[in-house]
Design a protein around this ligand. Sequence first.
Ligand code: CND
Ligand code: ZN
Length: 374
Amino acid sequence: MSTAGKVIKCKAAVLWEPNKPFSIEEIEVAPPKAKEVRIKILATGICRTDDHVIKGLMASRFPVIVGHEATGLVESIGEGVTTVKPGDKVIPLFMPQCRECNACRNPDGNLCIKSDITGRGVLDDGTTRFSCKGKPVYHFMNTSTFTEYTVVDEFAVAKINDAAPPEKVCLIGCGFSTGYGAAIKTGKVTPGSTCAVFGLGGVGLSVIMGCKSAGASRIIGIDLNKDKFEKAKAVGATDCISPKDSTKPISEVLSEMTGNTVGYSFEVIGRLDTMIDALASCHMNYGTSVVVGAPPSAKMLTYDPMLLFTGRTWKGCIFGGWKSRDDVPKIVNDFLAKKFDLDQLITHVLPFKKIQEGFELLYSGKSIRTVLTL
Ligand code: CND
Ligand code: ZN
Protein backbone atom coordinates (compact mmCIF):
# COMPACT_ATOMS: atom_id res chain seq x y z
CA MET A 1 0.00 0.00 0.00
CA SER A 2 1.41 3.36 -0.99
CA THR A 3 2.35 5.77 1.77
CA ALA A 4 2.48 8.77 -0.61
CA GLY A 5 0.41 11.69 0.60
CA LYS A 6 -0.06 10.16 4.06
CA VAL A 7 1.54 10.84 7.42
CA ILE A 8 4.12 8.12 8.17
CA LYS A 9 4.57 6.89 11.75
CA CYS A 10 8.09 5.60 12.29
CA LYS A 11 11.00 5.39 14.72
CA ALA A 12 13.47 8.24 15.17
CA ALA A 13 16.25 9.12 17.63
CA VAL A 14 15.03 12.36 19.22
CA LEU A 15 17.20 14.72 21.27
CA TRP A 16 14.77 16.43 23.65
CA GLU A 17 17.45 18.71 25.14
CA PRO A 18 21.25 19.15 25.09
CA ASN A 19 23.53 16.82 27.07
CA LYS A 20 20.94 14.03 27.26
CA PRO A 21 21.02 10.62 25.54
CA PHE A 22 18.96 9.95 22.42
CA SER A 23 15.50 8.61 22.97
CA ILE A 24 14.05 6.33 20.34
CA GLU A 25 10.50 7.58 19.81
CA GLU A 26 7.62 6.98 17.48
CA ILE A 27 7.32 10.16 15.43
CA GLU A 28 4.98 11.40 12.72
CA VAL A 29 6.48 12.48 9.42
CA ALA A 30 4.17 14.65 7.32
CA PRO A 31 4.05 14.23 3.53
CA PRO A 32 6.40 16.43 1.50
CA LYS A 33 5.00 19.81 0.46
CA ALA A 34 5.82 21.46 -2.87
CA LYS A 35 9.51 21.15 -3.85
CA GLU A 36 10.15 18.70 -0.97
CA VAL A 37 11.19 15.07 -0.93
CA ARG A 38 10.39 12.36 1.66
CA ILE A 39 13.19 9.81 2.02
CA LYS A 40 13.38 6.37 3.64
CA ILE A 41 16.81 6.26 5.27
CA LEU A 42 18.83 3.08 4.61
CA ALA A 43 22.12 3.83 6.38
CA THR A 44 23.55 6.78 8.32
CA GLY A 45 27.01 7.49 9.73
CA ILE A 46 27.84 9.10 13.06
CA CYS A 47 29.91 12.30 12.71
CA ARG A 48 31.38 14.52 15.43
CA THR A 49 29.19 17.39 14.23
CA ASP A 50 26.12 15.50 15.52
CA ASP A 51 27.83 15.36 18.91
CA HIS A 52 28.47 19.13 18.80
CA VAL A 53 24.66 19.56 18.91
CA ILE A 54 24.33 17.15 21.84
CA LYS A 55 27.04 19.07 23.73
CA GLY A 56 25.47 22.44 22.95
CA LEU A 57 28.57 23.52 20.96
CA MET A 58 26.52 24.03 17.82
CA ALA A 59 23.40 26.17 17.65
CA SER A 60 20.20 24.14 17.33
CA ARG A 61 16.55 24.19 18.37
CA PHE A 62 15.20 21.36 20.51
CA PRO A 63 13.70 18.80 20.31
CA VAL A 64 15.68 17.92 17.21
CA ILE A 65 16.55 14.95 14.99
CA VAL A 66 20.26 15.16 14.13
CA GLY A 67 22.28 13.02 11.69
CA HIS A 68 23.48 14.34 8.34
CA GLU A 69 25.53 11.58 6.66
CA ALA A 70 23.17 9.10 4.99
CA THR A 71 21.89 7.15 2.03
CA GLY A 72 18.19 6.61 1.39
CA LEU A 73 15.43 5.87 -1.10
CA VAL A 74 12.92 8.47 -2.22
CA GLU A 75 9.52 7.42 -0.80
CA SER A 76 7.46 10.27 -2.31
CA ILE A 77 7.84 13.75 -3.75
CA GLY A 78 5.93 17.00 -3.42
CA GLU A 79 4.48 19.03 -6.26
CA GLY A 80 6.99 20.45 -8.72
CA VAL A 81 9.91 18.16 -7.83
CA THR A 82 11.76 17.27 -11.04
CA THR A 83 15.26 16.09 -10.10
CA VAL A 84 14.37 12.93 -8.12
CA LYS A 85 11.46 10.46 -8.24
CA PRO A 86 10.10 7.74 -5.92
CA GLY A 87 12.47 4.76 -5.74
CA ASP A 88 15.63 6.77 -6.55
CA LYS A 89 18.68 6.09 -4.40
CA VAL A 90 19.78 9.40 -2.89
CA ILE A 91 22.12 11.17 -0.49
CA PRO A 92 20.62 14.04 1.57
CA LEU A 93 22.85 17.14 1.46
CA PHE A 94 23.68 19.12 4.60
CA MET A 95 25.24 21.67 2.27
CA PRO A 96 22.48 22.26 -0.28
CA GLN A 97 22.86 23.63 -3.79
CA CYS A 98 19.98 25.88 -4.88
CA ARG A 99 21.84 26.81 -8.09
CA GLU A 100 20.52 30.38 -7.84
CA CYS A 101 22.36 32.18 -5.02
CA ASN A 102 25.67 33.99 -5.50
CA ALA A 103 27.75 31.18 -3.98
CA CYS A 104 26.05 28.57 -6.18
CA ARG A 105 26.60 30.70 -9.29
CA ASN A 106 30.26 31.39 -8.53
CA PRO A 107 32.46 28.61 -9.95
CA ASP A 108 34.50 28.54 -6.71
CA GLY A 109 31.59 28.83 -4.27
CA ASN A 110 29.67 26.10 -2.46
CA LEU A 111 28.18 27.76 0.65
CA CYS A 112 24.60 27.84 -0.63
CA ILE A 113 22.40 30.52 0.93
CA LYS A 114 19.86 27.79 1.73
CA SER A 115 22.28 26.00 4.11
CA ASP A 116 21.19 25.97 7.75
CA ILE A 117 24.48 26.59 9.53
CA THR A 118 22.79 28.86 12.06
CA GLY A 119 20.41 26.18 13.34
CA ARG A 120 16.98 27.44 12.20
CA GLY A 121 15.85 23.82 12.23
CA VAL A 122 13.07 24.17 9.65
CA LEU A 123 12.55 23.49 5.95
CA ASP A 124 12.61 26.30 3.39
CA ASP A 125 8.95 27.22 4.02
CA GLY A 126 9.78 27.87 7.69
CA THR A 127 8.00 24.84 9.17
CA THR A 128 8.91 21.31 10.29
CA ARG A 129 7.57 17.97 8.97
CA PHE A 130 8.29 16.05 12.19
CA SER A 131 6.20 15.78 15.33
CA CYS A 132 6.34 13.61 18.43
CA LYS A 133 3.76 13.37 21.24
CA GLY A 134 1.96 16.31 19.65
CA LYS A 135 5.03 18.58 19.73
CA PRO A 136 6.98 19.83 16.69
CA VAL A 137 10.43 18.32 16.32
CA TYR A 138 13.06 20.37 14.48
CA HIS A 139 15.21 19.50 11.49
CA PHE A 140 19.02 19.59 11.51
CA MET A 141 21.21 21.08 8.76
CA ASN A 142 18.72 20.44 5.94
CA THR A 143 18.97 16.66 6.51
CA SER A 144 17.97 14.91 9.86
CA THR A 145 18.92 11.31 9.16
CA PHE A 146 18.64 9.56 12.55
CA THR A 147 15.10 8.53 11.64
CA GLU A 148 13.45 5.92 9.43
CA TYR A 149 11.93 8.68 7.28
CA THR A 150 12.93 12.30 6.76
CA VAL A 151 11.77 15.19 4.56
CA VAL A 152 14.21 17.52 2.81
CA ASP A 153 13.95 20.37 0.31
CA GLU A 154 14.65 19.35 -3.27
CA PHE A 155 17.77 21.55 -3.26
CA ALA A 156 19.21 19.36 -0.46
CA VAL A 157 19.16 15.93 -2.11
CA ALA A 158 21.19 14.26 -4.86
CA LYS A 159 20.24 11.19 -6.88
CA ILE A 160 23.11 8.68 -6.92
CA ASN A 161 23.98 5.54 -8.87
CA ASP A 162 21.61 2.66 -8.05
CA ALA A 163 24.54 0.26 -7.72
CA ALA A 164 26.05 2.17 -4.78
CA PRO A 165 26.13 0.23 -1.47
CA PRO A 166 24.14 2.41 0.99
CA GLU A 167 26.09 1.43 4.11
CA LYS A 168 29.32 2.65 2.53
CA VAL A 169 28.44 5.64 0.34
CA CYS A 170 26.59 7.32 3.21
CA LEU A 171 30.07 8.60 4.16
CA ILE A 172 30.07 10.61 0.94
CA GLY A 173 27.24 12.64 2.53
CA CYS A 174 29.75 14.17 4.95
CA GLY A 175 32.97 12.72 6.39
CA PHE A 176 34.72 11.44 3.29
CA SER A 177 33.78 14.30 0.96
CA THR A 178 34.51 16.94 3.61
CA GLY A 179 38.03 15.72 4.26
CA TYR A 180 38.94 14.70 0.72
CA GLY A 181 37.67 17.99 -0.73
CA ALA A 182 39.47 20.04 1.95
CA ALA A 183 42.74 18.60 0.61
CA ILE A 184 42.16 18.58 -3.14
CA LYS A 185 39.68 21.43 -3.69
CA THR A 186 40.22 23.91 -0.86
CA GLY A 187 43.87 23.32 0.12
CA LYS A 188 44.81 22.46 -3.49
CA VAL A 189 47.61 20.21 -2.26
CA THR A 190 50.37 19.89 -4.86
CA PRO A 191 52.47 16.86 -5.87
CA GLY A 192 55.63 16.39 -3.80
CA SER A 193 54.40 18.62 -0.97
CA THR A 194 54.47 18.08 2.80
CA CYS A 195 51.13 18.09 4.68
CA ALA A 196 50.22 18.09 8.39
CA VAL A 197 46.79 16.84 9.46
CA PHE A 198 45.60 17.66 13.00
CA GLY A 199 42.94 15.16 14.15
CA LEU A 200 42.70 11.60 12.86
CA GLY A 201 38.96 10.89 13.02
CA GLY A 202 36.87 9.99 9.97
CA VAL A 203 37.23 13.48 8.50
CA GLY A 204 40.99 13.76 9.21
CA LEU A 205 41.68 10.35 7.64
CA SER A 206 39.75 11.51 4.56
CA VAL A 207 41.99 14.61 4.42
CA ILE A 208 44.98 12.24 4.42
CA MET A 209 43.42 10.25 1.56
CA GLY A 210 42.98 13.51 -0.38
CA CYS A 211 46.58 14.63 0.28
CA LYS A 212 47.81 11.25 -0.90
CA SER A 213 45.74 11.30 -4.08
CA ALA A 214 47.03 14.84 -4.79
CA GLY A 215 50.55 13.39 -4.72
CA ALA A 216 51.87 14.76 -1.40
CA SER A 217 55.16 13.02 -0.62
CA ARG A 218 55.02 13.45 3.16
CA ILE A 219 51.83 13.43 5.24
CA ILE A 220 52.15 13.83 9.00
CA GLY A 221 49.17 12.89 11.19
CA ILE A 222 48.79 14.54 14.61
CA ASP A 223 46.52 13.18 17.35
CA LEU A 224 46.52 12.82 21.14
CA ASN A 225 45.17 9.27 20.75
CA LYS A 226 47.98 7.05 19.45
CA ASP A 227 45.50 4.25 18.72
CA LYS A 228 44.58 6.31 15.64
CA PHE A 229 48.08 6.11 14.14
CA GLU A 230 47.81 2.64 12.60
CA LYS A 231 44.73 3.54 10.55
CA ALA A 232 46.24 6.90 9.58
CA LYS A 233 49.29 5.13 8.19
CA ALA A 234 47.09 2.60 6.40
CA VAL A 235 45.33 5.41 4.50
CA GLY A 236 48.51 7.30 3.61
CA ALA A 237 50.18 9.08 6.55
CA THR A 238 53.94 8.73 6.36
CA ASP A 239 54.51 9.74 10.02
CA CYS A 240 52.29 10.21 13.07
CA ILE A 241 53.02 12.21 16.20
CA SER A 242 51.32 13.10 19.47
CA PRO A 243 51.66 16.64 20.86
CA LYS A 244 52.04 14.97 24.28
CA ASP A 245 55.43 13.54 23.30
CA SER A 246 57.25 16.88 23.28
CA THR A 247 57.43 19.92 25.50
CA LYS A 248 58.02 22.13 22.43
CA PRO A 249 55.14 23.71 20.49
CA ILE A 250 53.89 21.29 17.84
CA SER A 251 54.73 23.81 15.08
CA GLU A 252 58.40 23.63 16.10
CA VAL A 253 58.33 19.85 16.22
CA LEU A 254 56.90 19.75 12.69
CA SER A 255 59.38 22.33 11.41
CA GLU A 256 62.30 20.29 12.76
CA MET A 257 60.92 17.03 11.38
CA THR A 258 60.47 18.43 7.88
CA GLY A 259 63.24 21.01 7.51
CA ASN A 260 60.53 23.71 7.64
CA THR A 261 58.70 22.53 4.52
CA VAL A 262 55.06 22.03 5.61
CA GLY A 263 53.14 23.48 2.66
CA TYR A 264 49.66 22.54 3.86
CA SER A 265 48.13 22.06 7.31
CA PHE A 266 44.59 21.04 8.22
CA GLU A 267 42.74 21.45 11.51
CA VAL A 268 40.25 18.58 11.67
CA ILE A 269 39.36 18.63 15.38
CA GLY A 270 37.25 21.74 15.96
CA ARG A 271 39.28 23.45 18.70
CA LEU A 272 40.52 27.04 18.83
CA ASP A 273 44.00 26.15 20.15
CA THR A 274 44.65 23.59 17.43
CA MET A 275 43.42 26.01 14.75
CA ILE A 276 46.27 28.34 15.77
CA ASP A 277 48.72 25.43 16.09
CA ALA A 278 47.85 24.28 12.57
CA LEU A 279 48.21 27.81 11.19
CA ALA A 280 51.62 28.24 12.84
CA SER A 281 52.71 24.84 11.49
CA CYS A 282 52.53 25.63 7.80
CA HIS A 283 55.38 27.49 6.13
CA MET A 284 55.41 31.12 7.28
CA ASN A 285 55.42 32.42 3.73
CA TYR A 286 53.96 30.00 1.18
CA GLY A 287 52.01 27.77 3.57
CA THR A 288 48.24 27.25 3.47
CA SER A 289 46.22 26.20 6.51
CA VAL A 290 42.64 24.93 6.19
CA VAL A 291 40.07 24.97 9.03
CA VAL A 292 37.91 21.86 8.62
CA GLY A 293 36.94 21.18 12.25
CA ALA A 294 33.68 22.91 13.18
CA PRO A 295 34.42 25.94 15.39
CA PRO A 296 32.54 25.97 18.71
CA SER A 297 29.71 28.48 18.24
CA ALA A 298 30.00 31.92 19.87
CA LYS A 299 33.72 31.50 20.64
CA MET A 300 36.37 34.01 19.52
CA LEU A 301 40.06 33.45 19.11
CA THR A 302 43.03 35.79 19.29
CA TYR A 303 46.20 35.25 17.28
CA ASP A 304 49.41 37.03 16.39
CA PRO A 305 48.75 38.75 13.04
CA MET A 306 52.44 38.21 12.23
CA LEU A 307 51.35 34.64 11.39
CA LEU A 308 49.53 36.03 8.35
CA PHE A 309 51.70 39.10 7.67
CA THR A 310 54.56 36.87 6.52
CA GLY A 311 52.40 35.47 3.73
CA ARG A 312 50.49 32.41 4.97
CA THR A 313 47.02 31.69 3.59
CA TRP A 314 44.33 30.76 6.13
CA LYS A 315 41.08 29.34 4.81
CA GLY A 316 38.24 27.05 5.72
CA CYS A 317 35.63 24.96 4.00
CA ILE A 318 32.30 23.35 4.65
CA PHE A 319 31.63 20.06 2.87
CA GLY A 320 35.11 20.16 1.35
CA GLY A 321 34.22 23.00 -1.00
CA TRP A 322 32.10 20.66 -3.19
CA LYS A 323 29.00 21.86 -5.00
CA SER A 324 26.88 19.16 -3.46
CA ARG A 325 24.17 18.32 -6.01
CA ASP A 326 26.65 18.42 -8.91
CA ASP A 327 29.55 16.67 -7.20
CA VAL A 328 28.07 14.01 -4.88
CA PRO A 329 26.83 11.78 -7.74
CA LYS A 330 30.30 12.03 -9.34
CA ILE A 331 32.07 11.17 -6.07
CA VAL A 332 29.78 8.12 -5.72
CA ASN A 333 30.72 7.04 -9.27
CA ASP A 334 34.41 7.52 -8.43
CA PHE A 335 33.88 5.21 -5.43
CA LEU A 336 32.24 2.61 -7.69
CA ALA A 337 35.22 2.96 -10.06
CA LYS A 338 37.44 2.11 -7.03
CA LYS A 339 39.26 5.46 -7.08
CA PHE A 340 39.24 5.43 -3.25
CA ASP A 341 38.27 3.06 -0.47
CA LEU A 342 35.68 3.75 2.23
CA ASP A 343 36.08 0.47 4.13
CA GLN A 344 39.12 1.81 5.99
CA LEU A 345 36.96 4.53 7.54
CA ILE A 346 34.12 2.25 8.68
CA THR A 347 35.09 0.53 11.92
CA HIS A 348 31.60 -0.39 13.17
CA VAL A 349 28.20 -1.20 11.67
CA LEU A 350 25.27 -1.30 14.11
CA PRO A 351 21.50 -1.50 13.85
CA PHE A 352 19.87 1.94 14.15
CA LYS A 353 18.41 1.19 17.60
CA LYS A 354 21.98 0.94 18.97
CA ILE A 355 22.68 4.61 18.14
CA GLN A 356 23.68 5.43 21.71
CA GLU A 357 26.29 2.64 21.63
CA GLY A 358 27.60 4.16 18.39
CA PHE A 359 28.13 7.51 20.14
CA GLU A 360 29.82 5.78 23.11
CA LEU A 361 32.30 4.27 20.61
CA LEU A 362 33.02 7.80 19.31
CA TYR A 363 33.56 9.13 22.86
CA SER A 364 35.89 6.28 23.82
CA GLY A 365 38.04 6.94 20.71
CA LYS A 366 37.49 3.33 19.59
CA SER A 367 35.63 4.10 16.37
CA ILE A 368 36.47 6.02 13.23
CA ARG A 369 33.04 5.90 11.60
CA THR A 370 30.09 3.90 12.94
CA VAL A 371 27.40 3.31 10.32
CA LEU A 372 23.85 2.66 11.54
CA THR A 373 21.66 0.53 9.29
CA LEU A 374 17.88 0.84 9.15
P1 CND B 1 36.45 12.71 15.56
O1 CND B 1 36.04 13.05 16.92
O2 CND B 1 36.20 11.34 15.04
O3 CND B 1 38.02 12.99 15.37
C1 CND B 1 38.71 14.03 16.03
C2 CND B 1 40.11 13.53 16.39
O4 CND B 1 40.81 14.62 17.01
C3 CND B 1 40.12 12.37 17.39
O5 CND B 1 40.91 11.31 16.86
C4 CND B 1 40.73 12.97 18.66
O6 CND B 1 41.53 12.03 19.38
C5 CND B 1 41.58 14.10 18.09
N1 CND B 1 41.85 15.19 19.03
C6 CND B 1 40.98 15.74 19.93
N2 CND B 1 41.59 16.76 20.59
C7 CND B 1 42.85 16.84 20.09
C8 CND B 1 43.96 17.71 20.36
N3 CND B 1 43.86 18.68 21.27
N4 CND B 1 45.10 17.51 19.66
C9 CND B 1 45.19 16.52 18.73
N5 CND B 1 44.18 15.68 18.44
C10 CND B 1 43.02 15.84 19.11
O7 CND B 1 35.76 13.79 14.61
P2 CND B 1 35.40 13.79 13.03
O8 CND B 1 36.56 13.28 12.26
O9 CND B 1 34.04 13.19 12.83
O10 CND B 1 35.23 15.36 12.81
C11 CND B 1 36.35 16.23 13.00
C12 CND B 1 35.89 17.67 13.00
O11 CND B 1 35.38 18.00 11.71
C13 CND B 1 34.74 17.97 13.99
O12 CND B 1 34.94 19.25 14.55
C14 CND B 1 33.52 17.97 13.09
O13 CND B 1 32.47 18.73 13.64
C15 CND B 1 34.12 18.64 11.88
C16 CND B 1 33.31 18.51 10.63
C17 CND B 1 33.37 19.57 9.73
C18 CND B 1 32.66 19.49 8.56
C19 CND B 1 32.78 20.57 7.55
O14 CND B 1 31.98 20.58 6.60
N6 CND B 1 33.77 21.46 7.66
C20 CND B 1 31.86 18.38 8.30
N7 CND B 1 31.82 17.36 9.20
C21 CND B 1 32.53 17.41 10.33
ZN1 ZN C 1 29.69 15.60 9.39
